[in-house]
Design a protein around this ligand. Structure first.
Ligand code: COA
Length: 353
């Protein structure tokens, strides 16, 4: 392809990306991330009330990826749904999870951002295929006493920009057919310059507004975890906000744009690296297809990352995942058997199918 490492690095800041293996899917990455989050929090998957997967690349157009995750982790009492808000998806999902807890509807919500955009780019289109990577990240939300947690949120959209970043075919407007495949209409199309302009403006605005809602001057926000699309977009946003760029956590150099997974992957890396201290203010901010944007201001709590989880609990969780697998298979087998039996007996009953 007519591109170069130098062009990609200087225009985007991306040096490496991760591409899912052939056997992996959005769900398999999401399941891995979900299990890691449950392990870190030492939580019982059976207590999860809601599973939300933010994704633009679900395993299937129908059924949801969230249901595949729910089944694989054995969250037997959980509701599950996918959320489509492009690269803003994770922050949107976080806000939904937060509101579900605040309303008293849920106690424990698993929020996942997962995407395999490598399956949806045109690998002959140099203006898009050099940008995206695959990944998943997850967080577990639960109600707490005290000030730590999500303090303010902001969701935004502007559908007039939907054609700036979209996949033309495969939906009800243009169902899949031989022609759509030949014309590569199932691949992502993007007007890079327009998206760039939208992103630089939106990211700074969203940070300012979410800080204002929490009553925190933006200059007092300790950390920003932005959607990892382009280093230049992040630099511009920092300039507009008049905030030192070092307060923006960036890892896009190693992952590229992982769409809905970018904010949770960055959040987890930053937290794991000991970047946040209890009481500090952190803004998560995303923007993407739709057009959409979203932000949440958190006060970092005593997350106790790195806390030792007893081997007994870890083993218990592994056993639960094994049991979830057996449960899922036996349900499918049982349903198949009932169906076959019914087909056998139906002619004898004289009833219609
Ligand atoms: N390698 C080499 N040249 C490339 C290239 C590549 N991979 N991709 C595009 N070019 C060329 C273009 O064809 C253009 O050539 P031309 O002037 O002869 O037409 C030239 O580089 C400059 O293109 P331009 O679009 O102005 O580059 P840019 O500096 O704006 O950078 C993006 C392009 C895509 C990196 C940038 O617009 C961007 O990051 N946009 C936002 C994308 C984004 O974040 N999307 C996800 C949102 S969630």
């Amino acid at each position: 392809m007519d591109t170069s490492d130098e062009w990609i690095r200087s225009r985007t800041g991306i040096a490496e990306r991760r591409i899912a293996e052939a056997r992996d899917t959005t769900a398999s990455l999401a399941i891995t991330a979900a299990r890691q989050a449950l392990q870190r929090a030492d939580a019982d998957p059976r207590q999860v009330d809601l599973v939300i997967v933010a994704t633009a690349t679900p395993d299937y157009p129908l059924a949801s990826t969230a249901c595949l995750v729910q089944d694989a982790i054995g969250a037997a009492d959980a509701g599950a749904f996918d959320l489509g808000a492009g690269c803003s998806g994770f922050v949107y999902a976080l806000v939904m999870g937060h509101r579900s807890i605040a309303s008293g509807e849920s106690d424990l919500v698993l929020v996942i951002g997962a995407d395999t955009l490598s399956r949806m780019v045109d690998w002959d289109d140099r203006s898009t295929c050099v940008l995206f990577g695959d990944g998943a990240g997850a967080v577990l939300l639960r109600a707490t006493e005290g000030s730590a947690g999500i303090r303010s949120t902001l969701l935004g959209s502007d559908g007039s920009g939907s054609r700036m970043l979209y996949v033309p075919a495969g939906g009800s407007a243009r169902p899949a057919c031989a022609e759509t495949v030949l014309q590569k209409e199932h691949a992502l199309r993007m007007d890079g310059r327009q998206v760039y302009r939208f992103a630089t403006q939106t990211m700074a605005d969203a940070c300012e507004r979410v800080a204002e809602r929490a009553g925190v001057p933006v200059k007092d926000v300790h950390h920003f975890v932005p959607h990892q699309a382009n280093q230049r977009i992040i630099t511009q946003a920092a300039k507009r906000l008049q905030v030192d760029e070092s307060r923006f956590f960036c890892n896009l150099e190693r992952f590229g744009n992982t769409s809905a997974a970018s904010v949770p992957i960055a959040l987890c890396e930053a937290a794991e690296g000991g970047r946040f201290r209890p009481g500090e203010q952190v803004i998560l901010v995303g923007f993407g297809a739709g057009l959409t944007w979203a932000a949440a201001l958190l006060e970092w709590g005593d997350a106790e990352l790195g806390r030792r989880v007893s081997w007994w609990h870890s083993l218990g969780r592994k056993a639960l995942y094994g049991w979830a697998h057996v449960r899922s298979r036996s349900r499918r087998t049982w349903r198949g058997a009932i169906q076959r039996l019914w087909r056998l007996l139906l002619p004898l009953t004289g009833l219609d199918d």
